[in-house]
Each structure stands twice: as C-alpha cells, then as structure tokens.
Design a protein around this ligand. Sequence first.
Ligand SMILES: Cc1cc2nc3c(=O)[nH]c(=O)nc-3n(C[C@H](O)[C@H](O)[C@H](O)COP(=O)(O)OP(=O)(O)OC[C@H]3O[C@@H](n4cnc5c(N)ncnc54)[C@H](O)[C@@H]3O)c2cc1C
Length: 379
Amino acid sequence: MKNQVDILILGAGASGLMLGSLLKGKDFLIIDNNPKIGAKILISGGGRCNITNGNVKPNNFVGEQRFVRNVIKRFDQHALLAWLAERELEPIVRKDHQYFCKSSAKELVYVFQKEISSRNIQLNTNIENIKKMGNGFEVLTSKGKIKAKKVVVATGGLSFPKLGATSIGYDIAKSFGHEVTTLSAGLVGFTVQPEQFFFKSLSGVATEVKITVGEKEINGSLLFAHKGISGPAVLDASLYWQKGKIEIDFMPTLNVKALKSSKKNVSNVLGLATRVAKTFLEKLNITDKPCNKLSSDEWLKIESFKAYSFAPAGTFGYSKAEVTKGGVMLDDIDASSMMSSKVDGLYFLGEVLDVTGELGGYNFQWAFSSAYVCAKGLE
Ligand SMILES: Cc1cc2nc3c(=O)[nH]c(=O)nc-3n(C[C@H](O)[C@H](O)[C@H](O)COP(=O)(O)OP(=O)(O)OC[C@H]3O[C@@H](n4cnc5c(N)ncnc54)[C@H](O)[C@@H]3O)c2cc1C
C-alpha cells in the first residue's frame, strides 16, 4: 500500500472516479471500502445508469441555487456527454431527456477503469479517521496510515449501506469544524398510516398522479407498494417532504362535469386502472354504476381522491433510498474549487455536500460537475 501521496481521494464512487480520471499526471490515490469501483453506478438506473439529463437546471436540485449553478455550468450535461463520447460512450436518451448507458452501467465504469490506472486505486480499505499534520493530512485506514498533502472527501451519503455507505464524510467535515445540515433519506418511498393500509391491496399497480408537497407540485407515476407508496413522483416528493401532510391528485385528468351524463360505468371513466378505480369506490362505499346514476354526494366523495391528503408515516429509509438529503453546508465550501474555506487542502465533492438532485440523472451530473471543478482547483 502507498503510504504517501500528493492527493488522496476518499471514495471510488461517481465523483471520486471522475476526479481521478481528470487528474492525469498527478500523484494521487483513490481508496474505497468496496471490492470494486463504482458500486453504486453499477446498480443505478435499474442497472443502466441514468448518467445525466438533457435538461439540467439549478431548480432540479435541492440546495443553494447560486452554488449549484456555478458548479454545474463549468461542466454541464453537454460537456459531460462530449467527454464520454471522446471515450466512446454514447448514452441513449430515454423518457424525460434522461441519458442512460445503452445496455449496462458497466459501460460507464469501464470508462473510468480505462482512465485510471489500477495503481492509483486501493480497494477493500475502510477509511477510519483523518488528522491534520503540518501542511498535510494523515488518514487512518483499515490497512494503515496514509500521508497526503491534499484530501478529497468523495464518500457519498448514507443510502445503501450494503454498498459501503458510511457516515465518514460527515464525520470528517464535523471534525474540521464544518456544519452538516439535517440528514434524511431522499428519493425514497413513503410508508403510510393505518388509514392508507388499503393501498396494500393495490401493491404493484402504477398510476399517474399529481403530488403537492408544500409549494412543490410533482406530476408522474406513483407505484402502490406493499409497505406504502413509491414510484418516480413519490421519490421526487420525498425530496421536499420533512413531515406533515402531502396531497395526491389520483385523477389529474378527471373532469366531473363532462362525465355526469355519461352512461358508462364510473369505474371506466376515472382515468384509473380498473383495479384502482374499484378499490377507491369500495373505500368510498359507492357501488360501481353508470355515471348518470351517481348522486352529487357520490361525485363529491369521488372527487376527494383528487385532493387526497395524508401525512406519510415516514420513509422506507436509507436501505432503499437513492440519496441522502442534506450534507456538508455549502457556506464553507469554495464553489470555484470545492475546497473547504476552513481547512486548506481539504475538498468535498458529490453527495456528501448539501445538494440533492431530483430523479432523472441529476445526482450523477452533480457528482461529475463537482469533480470537474475540484480537478481544476487542484491544477
Ligand atoms: C439504487 C440507486 C440508484 C441510483 N440511480 C441513479 C441514477 O440512475 N442517476 C443518478 O443521477 N443518480 C442515481 N443514484 C444516486 C447516485 O448513485 C449518487 O448520488 C452518486 O453515486 C453519488 O456519488 P458520490 O461519488 O458522491 O458517492 P458514491 O457514488 O456513493 O461513492 C462514495 C464511495 O465512498 C465509499 N465509502 C463510504 N464510506 C467509506 C469508508 N468509511 N471507507 C471507505 N470507503 C467509503 C463508498 O463505498 C462509495 O463507493 C442512485 C442511487 C442508488 C442507491
């Protein structure tokens, strides 16, 4: 094991690997507790990795907007796609401008494997502690001590602990006097209260909804799950939810006025899968019958599913969450280099920072953009 290096990168995830790829000619080492690099990349996007999005704006992120804009603009989705194309990775666009690997997330990991010599990567090594030593640092790992002039914290968040996630990045930040905002599971499903336990009978069914969380409105698909609700719209909603009520419009296209004289059975016209419609009608104690036979009261009851308000019991937690909300406060990070303004030579990248992207490739874009800015800062 190398025990002295100029730049020590903690974490061989998306941001650490991009940084390593951009540090050509420099003396650096990446350490990670996993037996392979890019563990999260490999399982991301259903195994195909949603690398970025054709439409990246600061408001796709929860985090200080000016900081996000300043970082993203230096290496945006176009720059990323061009960089990947030079390395023969041409992602394909799927729905909602999302760029995915053609066949497997391995394509992206392979790019990093080609860019970074294996001599610069040390796996199966747990990072345990870090101390400032003169002008540099000493990092304690499960395999011994490593001295470094500069340390880059690219250790990600708390989600998916089975893939190596630990709190080390936040611990390091705090030990150097950085503030860490409240952390919680993000891009994750909601558990529900007993009144919503009837959702369980719809487990596996998806439906188009509009979810309102505070000021934020999210349109998309909701998936009924065994323990609550999930699916893209719910995952995005989790980014804006702390506690309290959310409102779901289960029938965003319903126009009651136009239906009142219809002779069709109500379960067929609500814009819901029949199974969902029938479950909702049963819940409301309404027999399925032609629309023109429904009373005004019954229509009112049906419309309650257009503004179905309830307080989620919680979330599915870090074991299922795609990201961690919150992180190292941006106030003490220099957006032009990603360096700490408290400790010279200490840098933070990617998810460990207090920036979280919506679903759609934004989190990898953030990891890659922040890595690029850091690489420039290290020049
Ligand atoms: C199931 C899933 C699917 C996802 N899909 C997408 C997607 O399609 N598109 C998208 O944009 N985002 C997606 N994300 C989010 C994305 O993976 C992360 O935001 C991104 O990987 C963050 O990059 P990072 O470099 O900051 O951290 P990570 O990629 O998490 O890398 C951090 C690395 O540090 C290592 N580490 C942590 N603690 C220690 C320690 N103590 N010692 C040694 N090593 C340590 C970890 O093992 C890890 O390898 C997904 C996440 C999950 C969980």
